[in-house]
Write a protein that binds this ligand. Structure first.
Ligand SMILES: Cc1cc2nc3c(=O)[nH]c(=O)nc-3n(C[C@H](O)[C@H](O)[C@H](O)COP(=O)(O)O)c2cc1C
Length: 242
């Protein structure tokens, strides 16, 4: 077993940047972490994700519902950003999020309807990785999801223009005030480009970190043809080398 007991943080030295000095000798997950027994894992990823998510909330993980969504940019370079996971079905084949279709990520998904999602929960040293194809929901479903949001969240969506250059914070404040007024005048107002998406998982990997690097990785796969079908095929489970 390899340990890092001699690796204490050191200040930056010649040839080493200040950042490298901060990073040196700080291995992640140097703490007691939960044990994950892959032999006892369920047949499908959904119940395991629900169990891990509940455990993350109980353990006090901050914002465990925030995922990193990776997409393919128009230039072929991967792009990624944090966003809020809205739902996962019981099977673990459908991972739901809602974004503005008229944002860079929305346009990337229109051009390449595939994505990866990544979650990392530091308190437990747990990572979940999902890959698959992405489908946009109907206008009705997206409008209904929008209507469930708080007035503040709806006003933020109504501001729109996500990721466009902003001249000043004052310009944003004016647009936010205007969106708030629109909502007051018409509480049922829709945001036509607000869209619910489902990531249809082909692979879901559960990764349990271990202080001595005996990490446990379990991947659930199902054939591409079956992913998203009406009758989901069974999942295959594979234990992976760490
Ligand atoms: C914790 C956290 C949660 C976020 N949640 C969302 C979200 O639910 N929807 C969203 O559009 N952006 C969310 N963002 C902002 C995105 O990371 C991103 O900046 C924005 O969506 C623009 O991305 P794009 O230019 O790739 O379209 C969140 C950011 C953070 C840090």
């Amino acid at each position: 077993m390899v340990t890092d007991s001699v690796n204490a943080p050191r200040p930056a030295g010649p040839g080493r940047s200040a950042v490298a000095g901060l990073l040196f000798g700080r291995p992640p997950m140097a703490r007691a972490l939960p044990f994950f027994d892959p032999e006892r894992a369920p047949d499908a990823p959904g119940p395991l994700f629900a169990d891990w998510l509940a455990g993350a909330f109980t353990a006090g993980v901050l914002d465990p519902q925030v995922v990193t969504l990776s997409t393919i940019g128009a230039d072929g370079v991967p792009d990624a950003r944090a966003l809020v996971l809205r739902d996962v079905d019981a099977d673990g084949g459908a991972w739901v999020f809602a974004i503005d279709a008229d944002s860079p990520k929305g346009r990337q998904l229109a051009a390449h309807p595939v994505a990866a999602m990544t979650l990392y929960w530091p308190a437990q040293g747990r990572q979940v990785r999902v890959r698959g194809t992405v489908e946009a929901a109907s206008r009705e479903v997206s409008a209904a999801e929008f209507a469930t949001r708080s007035p503040g969240a709806r006003a933020a969506v109504l501001v729109g223009r996500q990721s466009e250059p902003l001249a000043s914070l004052g310009e944003y404040d004016l647009a936010a005030d205007e969106a708030g007024r629109r909502l007051e005048l018409d509480p049922a107002v829709d945001a036509p480009t607000h869209t619910v998406y489902t990531l249809r998982a082909r692979e879901v990997e559960f990764w349990q970190g271990d202080q001595s690097r005996r990490h446990v990785r379990l991947r659930y796969d199902r054939p591409a043809a079956a992913a998203g079908g009406d009758a989901p095929a069974g999942w295959e489970r594979t234990l992976l080398w760490p």
